[in-house]
Ligand binder design. Sequence first.
Ligand code: CA
Length: 228
Amino acid sequence: MAGEPVVLVVEDEPAQREVLAYNIRAEGFDVMTAAAGDEALVAVRETPPDVIVLDWMLPHVSGIEVCRQLKMGAETARIPIIMLSARSEETDKVRGLETGADDYVTKPYSVAELLARLRTQLRRVRPATVGERLEYEDILVDLAEHRVFRADVPLTLGPTEFRLLTALMERPGRVWSREQLLDRVWGRDIYVDSRTVDVHVGRLRKALRASDAGDPIRTVRGAGYALG
Ligand code: CA
């Protein structure tokens, strides 16, 4: 399941947690679950998810507190959080959003609506997983047709190079470590030597320069790679 977006579902009601996890998995996303606030904080630290669906009412550490802590953390602040709450009062919604939640859904909610909200958040952080195409300068990745163009010239890329380029193009300018690229492109469960990343970046560079254009991939010494 390389590169699937990871959604963390935090909900203490087992039945609700299972329904959510089931439906989110059915969308093709990877799901992690937590039944309590402190458990969620540990899970995020161990495996940062792409989006968090967070119930407000949780035992011990409340959803609001989890949200506040994650939004204050340098490493976790940018992970979108969708708050779930049985409270429908406007003041609660405002309070939820003030804590830094990116969206707020009132229970009872329709699963279809929640999935739509989830896709909206994923479009921000993982555009390649919900969009049709990615563009960076003269490079175009057509995700639906699995094709890559540079300055309108079609390029031939292997499947690994395609996924590598897609990851880089989701966030131009971001510096990726080899380990982060391994997780994103090869998957978290597969053991691959980090030098393999260098080999495939080399192949990707070669393919991208086939049309005599410049090298858009930057090697950041001691850190990894970035696009632009
Ligand atoms: Ca609850």
